[in-house]
Design a protein around this ligand. Structure first.
Ligand code: MLT
Length: 390
């Protein structure tokens, strides 16, 4: 047997695993330290009531002969696809049910979708960005080129006509910077993709944090997008499903071949999301569910404000937090991202994510998340202020 040697071209471990390992080592050496984790974007609020009620009901159904369910459709039950369809309708996007594929989350689908594309494709990825886009393509041996995101362009790179790409990744609101494309900017990306006959893989995992109704929550709000884009979304951040696992991917029927191939791929390699979880997800889209998750998102947004107000006070350059759970800051005293990571962990017992882990343009930057508890966020920012208020 020969192994896939492309794995040798990857960083030694996944960014968030490296961080977890470092934090564990610190915690073992300092068992009394009260570490505050503002690193990985993992939610802390429990599932909302509407979701819990729906899950309990579904559990009971599974225990009853007449309502028990075995294998479900790999692409998701119609009740959930209909709920997703209704949700898109609220931002003026019309979808057919067979354009909606239920999954266990955006990360899996973003990786799995690559089954559909030849190895020879050139992939365009913004830098900095969520490491999964690069890693999954490196695993497959594809050539990856980068679109530079930086302070000058507000971390929103625009297409460079001289760069030729076949697969283009866009994440808006962006992980890690929190930057959001407006409709005009996204239209330029759509036109660029159409001109190149390229596909856009659009990660909308943070769309629920957008509070300005003029900003697009889906790429399908942009004219022409159904001819060139696939959208990935997840309930992880929207409804606290990081441990419950449910998401959805939209493959428009205008991309006829891809829609068919994705169905073929999923029916062969995926068993679908558990019935109980799909019922929980359906509840997110009810009136009660939407009201409750908006309260939770509001809570995280308040944390983001606490973080950004503190950074402002300390005179530390930062962006994000407004339409995103992430705050992206310039490391103080010209420290490198990992130097600042070590310093925060050792001196203040705060965990964040080094910007360099998201790409070379992230060097010298750092990401904090607002997904902690309010109490911990306030405490972390007190520590921050004591150390950095000049
Ligand atoms: C992050 O912290 O960037 C995310 O939680 C990672 C993910 O969603 O997989």
């Amino acid at each position: 047997m020969n192994i896939n040697t492309n794995y040798e071209n990857l960083e030694q471990s996944y960014l968030f695993s490296t961080i977890a390992k470092k934090v564990n080592e610190f915690s073992n050496a300092h068992p009394d330290a009260k570490i505050i984790r503002l690193g990985i974007g993992d939610v802390t609020l429990p599932l909302c009531n509407a979701v819990i009620k729906a899950m309990h009901k579904a559990v009971d159904e599974m225990g009853n002969q007449s309502t028990f369910r075995g294998y479900g459709p790999e692409q998701g039950y119609d009740f959930l696809r209909t709920a997703v369809q209704g949700y898109y309708k609220t931002h003026n996007v019309d979808l057919d049910l067979d354009e909606i594929f239920i999954s266990d989350g955006a990360k899996s689908d973003l990786g799995n979708i690559l089954d559909l594309f030849a190895k020879e494709n050139t992939v365009l990825v913004p830098d900095p960005v969520y490491p999964v886009y690069v890693d999954t393509n490196v695993m497959a041996g594809r050539t990856v080129i980068f679109a530079n995101a930086n302070k000058e362009n507000g971390f929103l790179p625009m297409p460079d006509e001289s760069a030729k790409a076949d697969i283009i990744y866009i994440c808006s609101p962006n992980n890690p910077t929190g930057a959001v494309y407006n409709k005009e900017q996204l239209k330029k990306w759509v036109d660029y993709a159409l001109a190149l006959n390229a596909v856009i893989l659009y990660d909308a995992a943070y769309e629920c944090f957008i509070s300005d109704s003029s900003l697009p929550r889906s790429i399908f709000e942009i004219e022409g997008a159904k001819n060139c884009a696939i959208e990935f979304c997840s309930l992880s951040k929207t409804a606290g499903f990081t441990g419950t696992r449910c998401g959805y991917t939209i493959v428009p029927k205008n991309l006829e071949k891809l829609n068919k191939m994705w169905l073929r791929r999923q029916t062969t390699k995926f068993n679908g999301v558990p019935y109980i979880v799909q019922r929980a997800a359906e509840a997110v889209f009810t009136e009660e569910g939407q009201k409750e998750i908006k309260e939770n998102i509001g809570y995280y947004k308040e944390n983001a404000k606490i973080i950004s107000d503190t950074l402002e006070k300390c005179g530390i350059w930062h962006v994000g937090g407004k339409h995103s759970p992430y705050i992206w800051l310039k490391c103080p005293d010209n420290m490198s991202s990992w130097e600042f990571f070590d310093k925060l962990l050792n001196d203040l017992q705060i965990v964040g994510t080094p910007g360099a882990g998201f790409g070379k343009n992230g060097e010298g930057f750092f990401r904090l998340t607002s997904f902690g508890s309010k109490e911990n966020t306030v405490e972390a920012m007190k520590r921050f202020e004591n150390a950095y208020l000049k």
